[in-house]
Design a binder for this molecule. Structure first.
Ligand code: PMT
Length: 412
């Protein structure tokens, strides 16, 4: 399940890192999750419930013995509707109470009652963390209850000690949460994703490029990694950071992209070509910057065709070749053009992208695509690029599964 559809309870323990839970809640909310917060009474000494109420626009669960909250046995309802419970910060005290199976405050009661996965983000003094009892408690929660742990980070702590004990960065906790929520249906699979534009130099300062930001391909790489795949991302010039943990090969030109892909696709199960590869490049790259004065009032740049990387992968494949997914950025006759590319480039699937549609295609955070294969056209409704990436991967998983159960080769 993507974060955008998940119901997540953030259970806040009483430690100095409680203030960072506000950033965690903000990031989860921004990712589209439905977030509710529970706090221990000690957590409320570090940060007020009002902060979380404002961030989530929902009441904060603070009191197990509140007549109002517990009129409908609120803590059980909260535990029941959660898809995931994140305990952040999980202090030594909270961890000990959870390991003992206690349920006498808002946090411990929800964690004990929930059947959802639980993610602990510990934070405490280094000596408390290293204490054999804390270590035993963490192991017990992992082994007996199956709880997952993210962090703690190593560094300078509020107590002036240095070592493990820092709350994991909120973005890393979000990543761990996304991973926990995702089906591991790409585990053991190797995926190669290309993303971003290519830049083809005219001279040392100018280039032929396009409007691709890399966001769609990066979202695909992140989603595939969360679903367990071993992902290689071949990334053209992009200001968007690649996902942590994804092996990334940075390229600039179509020729470099082709070379990097040629290496990466060996042994791959699927290749997804999201990159907006320049179809043409300047015939000659000037060694020095072209000067306006010397060029006169008109200038022309002779272009030569770049290789069609996807078509070459499609036409040259033989034996056990990877599933080949191309994109088609179109502004008219979208499906007809996508079908032409499906057959001309010998792909298994084309993701048709009407880049003339508002809030779809280049640079924006959302997209609207249609999945075109030999049998059908499936509309993926407009959504965030992350959500769209998951829908594309659902199709890839289905095609890989069909492939492994059928004895017929995918293509002759
Ligand atoms: O990066 P974003 O800002 O998030 O934008 C996402 C996107 C709009 C770039 C993406 O969704 C998209 O549509 N990518 C394909 C862009 C493109 O080049 O489309 P095309 O129709 O020109 O090419 C068809 C396919 O052939 C693509 O898979 C492309 O990677 C591949 N190709 C194209 C030219 C070429 N010389 N070699 C190729 O391999």
């Amino acid at each position: 399940m993507p974060l955008a559809r998940a119901k997540i309870v953030v259970a806040v323990g009483g430690g100095i890192a409680a203030y960072k839970a506000a950033e965690l809640v903000r990031l989860l909310d921004k990712a589209g999750a439905h977030v509710e917060v529970a706090m221990t009474s000690r957590a409320q000494k570090f940060i007020g419930p009002m902060t979380f109420q404002a961030l989530t626009r929902r009441p904060v669960f603070t009191d197990l013995f509140s007549l109002a909250d517990e009129g409908q046995i609120g803590h059980i309802q909260l535990a029941d509707r959660a898809d995931l419970v994140i305990v952040a910060p999980a202090t030594a005290n909270v961890i000990a109470r959870l390991a003992a199976g206690m349920a006498d405050d808002a946090v411990s009661a929800i964690v004990l009652a929930t059947r959802a996965p639980v993610l602990l983000a510990p934070s405490m003094n280094v000596n408390m963390w290293n204490h054999p009892v804390t270590q035993q408690n963490i192991r017990r929660l992992a082994d007996v209850a199956g709880y997952r742990v993210v962090g703690p980070g190593d560094g300078f702590l509020a107590c002036r000690w240095t070592g493990p004990g820092r709350l994991a960065e909120p973005a890393d906790i979000v990543e761990a949460a996304a991973h926990l929520l995702s089906p591991q249906d790409l585990a053991g699979k190797k995926l190669v994703v290309s993303a971003g534009p290519t830049y083809e130099a005219i001279d040392p300062v100018r280039f032929v490029g396009n409007r691709s930001s890399g966001k769609m391909g990066i979202a695909l790489a992140a989603a595939a990694q969360r679903r367990g795949a071993d992902v290689t991302l071949v990334l053209g010039p992009s200001a968007v950071p690649p996902p942590v943990g994804v092996q990334t090969r940075n390229v600039e030109t179509a020729a470099q992209l082709q070379w990097a892909l040629g290496d990466a696709v060996k042994g791959a199960d699927a290749v997804i070509m999201t990159a907006a590869v320049a179809d043409y490049r300047p015939a000659k790259e000037a060694k020095e910057k072209l000067k306006r004065g010397e060029l006169g009032s008109k200038m022309s740049v002779a272009l030569v065709a770049n290789p069609d990387v996807l078509a070459e992968l499609g036409t040259k494949r033989k034996g056990k070749s990877p599933l080949l997914v191309g994109f088609a950025a179109e502004t008219e006759d979208v499906i007809a053009n996508a079908r032409k590319k499906l057959s001309a480039k010998k792909c298994d699937l084309i993701v048709a992208n009407d880049v003339g549609e508002p809030n779809a295609g280049f640079s924006v955070d959302t997209n609207h695509v249609q999945l075109v294969d030999q049998n059908e056209v499936v509309d993926v409704p407009p959504a965030s690029k992350s959500e769209v990436a998951h829908r594309i991967l659902d199709k890839v998983v289905a095609m890989l599964t069909a492939d492994s159960t059928s004895r017929k080769p995918r293509r002759k």
